[in-house]
Every structure is written in structure tokens, then in C-alpha cells.
Write a new protein. Structure first.
Length: 185
């Protein structure tokens, strides 16, 4: 359930703070997310980093976009964010890397994410973290099949897919992998 990546203490503390701010015990969050209590404890203690699947389950249980789980919220709007300051999440077990181009802000709703999937990588999410969340998806490189609410779309570089996420979603990279931008509104 966890990745073997090096621990991320700021992420661990942020996840703990989110859980506690909702007055949830580890057992409560485990039940809501289907992530074991032991795994949640190890994640919150910074012993392991959560996989993309685990983050998806936690975002659904906490009803927050994944981007708000992987980086602490900014207390004020930042007009400029250097690439070196943009948080990156890497799940080697699923061949997935996600960079928050515009980290979440308490003052702004739109977010831009750049992500890469290694060749033939596959990621699926059982539920949206925020039902009805609007996504604008642009494939930059490679090939990708995206299944949203039962409909599969094959994307080539430059193709755009715009949708509101209400159910299961699945991403399958082609033999050359995929790099894309995702705007979340």
C-alpha cells in the first residue's frame, strides 16, 4: 500500500493535521478511506510515503483534491513560484510523477499540475476526491488512454479532454509513456 520512497515529514505532518482538523481518529480515517490504520500511522509518522492509490483514497475520504494533500496550503497568494519550489510527488511503484506547477492556495481555486507516466504505466481511481471536479487535460508528449465515467478517450500530443469527474477514472500510458498538463477548477 505504501511506496518505498524516502519519508516526507512535511507531507506526514500535513496529513496528520488534516485528519485531526476533522476530528477523525486513525480508525475513522482508515474506515472512510479503506487504508489500514497501521498504514496510516506509518504515513503520518513519516516512515513511508503514500502511493498514488493511497493518496486517491485519502483525498476521497477527506473530500479534497490530491494536490491539497501533497503540499501544505499556502497562507497567502504567491504570484511567482519558481520551478525548483514546485512540490513534486513521485510514486515509483506506479511509474507516476506529479509536479504542482501552481501549489494550492487558500485564496485561489484553479490549480495546474504537470505529470508523467512511464511507458505502459497504469493508474486508476475508484472515486473522485471531489465529485464534479472540473478537469482540463492536455497531453504534451506520448500517448494516453483516459477512461472517465465509463468512456475511453485516446489522446495524442496536443489533444485536450475537458470533463467533470464523478466516478471511476483510469489512465493508461502508451509504450513511450506520457507527459501532460492538468488544470483543476
Amino acid at each position: 500500500m505504501e511506496s518505498t520512497l524516502s519519508p516526507t515529514p512535511p507531507l506526514a505532518q500535513h496529513l496528520r493535521d488534516l485528519r485531526q482538523s476533522r476530528n477523525l481518529t486513525l480508525a475513522d480515517l482508515a474506515e472512510a478511506s479503506t487504508v489500514s490504520r497501521a498504514s496510516l500511522s506509518r504515513i503520518e509518522n513519516g516512515e513511508v510515503s503514500p502511493t498514488a492509490d493511497t493518496l486517491a483514497k485519502l483525498s476521497t475520504a477527506l473530500r479534497l483534491p490530491i494536490s491539497q494533500l501533497i503540499s501544505p496550503l499556502e497562507s497567502r497568494f504567491q504570484a511567482f513560484v519558481a520551478r525548483t519550489a514546485q512540490p513534486v510527488y513521485h510514486d515509483a511503484s506506479h511509474g507516476f510523477r506529479r509536479r504542482n506547477v501552481s501549489p494550492p492556495s487558500a485564496d485561489l481555486q484553479m490549480e495546474l499540475v504537470e505529470a508523467t507516466l512511464e511507458p505502459d504505466a497504469h493508474i486508476s481511481y475508484d472515486h473522485p476526491s471531489v465529485p464534479g471536479h472540473e478537469h482540463h487535460f492536455v497531453l504534451l508528449e506520448g500517448a494516453l488512454q483516459i477512461t472517465v465515467d465509463g468512456q475511453t478517450h485516446s489522446l495524442s500530443p496536443g489533444d485536450c479532454l475537458r470533463y467533470r469527474l464523478n466516478g471511476v477514472s483510469e489512465f493508461r500510458a502508451g509504450s513511450d509513456g506520457a507527459r501532460y498538463l492538468l488544470a483543476l477548477a
